[in-house]
Design a binder for this molecule. Structure first.
Ligand code: ZN
Length: 501
């Protein structure tokens, strides 16, 4: 599982956090299934923008990158991201991998010297054709992403002959029709291929900050052969270690919709040229928009995820970004939306359920967990929740997976409302109702743990279960009846204190 590597020209923001949290939750879900997962993230540190930014700051590009990269690592620690490796493209291991893949493509005859002239967005580090550029406030030739004028460049470059790969890519995707999720984003990538592929430039002589081409060191590798290859570097490509055999091809590249062309068109073609298997899958997300604009340094609408955590708690924030937007679509971030989602699903639903179960067990069952009823009506609800949650994580739809898990939360609250154990006298009937609720909470804790790991563990412990919720397995441990009665049930502080809108 990989995130894109994040460019060190900006500090971590909500957009970065979004993709990284989705990947983290998906990683945790697969670990619940018993899969061994390596989750990779990191930083992209070369290129013209860093070279320029370092010059402006009166420092070296390496010192500039050294200052920003740890901020990403620190943000991921703070967001409880279970990553296994953090790659930086300025590491020696990466230079070796980039040189290896470049040399393979060159030897295959797919990299050639040519002259290039075109309109270039420095922020994208990408040439654009006239029909891709837009006019803004009467200013023609603006980048469709950065909304600023592009520049005219002409230079001698090495090119990767992407145009030769059109049929091979279409054939490959025809044989792997579900490789790109969700389908509508995959169709956009196929549309790019069917629309015709242009060779792309892979080197610059004007650029100093990057990996020199092994056969012509006057040229420095420019963007994509450098950035995309990080995914191979981290598993030991080119250094003879075992990781590469074990982990490649990658199961999921998590990417944003703005880098589909590079990840779903350029990258598999580069790999095919180098004699390497393409990825098994891509999960393509939309953007989290703020006031309907993509968050970016240039538009000045950057939301710092760490500020939000102070208000809403780590798991509240994680839950919101996973549950509020269907993965693949654009989400519209608003503070009101964040509070509304938090109050509805976490404070009023899961938090309330956990609190009322502990309260009633305290008053009616002596504070000790009771056994669930094997024939409970909730058993079927739980089975459906497990099945649907599994299906939606498999489709990389965290919002739907969480909604499926929350069906059990809602049904359990309704079960309590229907039976009103708080009004009944202590006895076997109340014990059975509360046993059902405890069992439902146990299953919910497992199912919700990829999204809200620390709260899931707290629920697990408060209902008297031992060990780590993350050590449970789906579906073995989510079968109805696994609750271990007889332990103290603890109420504790509210898991999700209600927030004022
Ligand atoms: Zn741009």
């Amino acid at each position: 599982m990989t995130t894109p590597i994040y460019y060190v020209n900006a500090e971590p923001h909500l957009g970065h956090a979004y993709t990284t949290i989705v990947g983290d939750a998906l990683t945790r879900w697969h670990r619940l299934l018993g899969d061994e997962v390596m989750y990779l993230t990191g930083t992209d540190e070369h290129g013209l923008k860093i070279q320029q930014a370092a010059e402006e700051a009166g420092t070296t590009p390496q010192a500039f990158a050294d200052e920003i990269a740890p901020k990403f690592a620190a943000a991921w620690e703070r967001l409880d991201i279970a990553y296994d490796d953090f790659i930086r493209t300025t590491e020696p291991r990466h230079y070796k991998a980039v040189e290896e893949i470049l040399q393979r493509c060159y030897d295959a005859g797919d990299i050639e010297l040519d002259t290039f002239a075109g309109k270039y967005c420095v922020s994208c580090e990408e040439y654009y054709s006239d029909d891709e550029l837009i006019t803004i406030d009467g200013v023609p030739d603006c980048c469709p992403i950065h909304r600023r004028p592009v520049e005219y460049f002409e230079e001698e470059n090495y090119f990767f002959r992407l145009s030769r790969f059109e049929d091979r890519l279409l054939d490959w995707y025809a044989q792997h029709p579900t490789a790109m999720k969700p389908e509508h984003r995959g169709n956009e990538a196929l549309g790019l291929i069917k629309g015709g592929l242009r060779d792309f430039s892979i080197s610059r002589t004007s650029l100093k900050w990057g990996v020199p081409l092994p056969w012509d060191p006057n040229h420095v590798t420019y963007v994509w052969f450098d950035a995309l290859t990080n995914y191979l570097t981290a598993v030991g490509f080119g250094d003879g270690t075992e990781g590469y055999e074990k982990w490649w091809p990658v199961d999921y590249h998590l990417i944003g919709k703005d880098i589909v062309r590079q990840h779903c068109v350029y990258w598999p073609a580069m790999l095919m040229s180098a004699g390497i298997d393409p990825p098994k899958g891509w999960a393509i997300g939309g953007w989290l928009l703020v006031d309907n604009e993509k968050m970016s340094k240039t538009s000045g609408n950057v939301v710092n995820p760490l500020d939000l955590i102070d208000d809403i708690g780590l798991d509240g924030f994680r839950y919101y970004v996973l549950a509020d937007t269907a993965y693949g679509n654009d989400g519209d971030f608003t503070y009101d939306g964040l509070v509304a989602r938090y109050n509805a699903d976490l404070a009023n639903n899961l938090g309330n359920l956990a609190a009322r179960v502990a309260t009633v067990v305290g008053k009616k069952c002596g504070g000790v967990g009771t056994a669930p009823n094997p024939d409970s009506a909730l058993a079927a609800v739980a089975a459906t929740a497990v099945e649907d949650t599994t299906r939606w994580w498999d489709e990389v739809q965290p919002s739907r997976a969480l909604d499926a898990s929350w069906q059990l939360v809602r049904a359990t609250n309704a079960h309590l409302e229907a039976n009103e154990p708080w009004k009944a006298d202590p006895g076997p009937e109340v014990d059975a109702v509360m046993g059902d609720a405890l069992e439902a909470l146990r299953i919910v804790a497992i199912l919700a743990s990829p999204a809200i790991p620390s709260t899931a563990q707290a629920v697990w412990e408060r209902i008297g279960q031992t060990g780590a919720v993350t050590d449970q397995r789906v579906p073995a441990d989510t079968a109805w009846g696994g609750y271990q009665p007889g332990a103290d049930v603890i109420k504790g502080a509210p898991l999700f204190p209600r927030l004022k809108a």
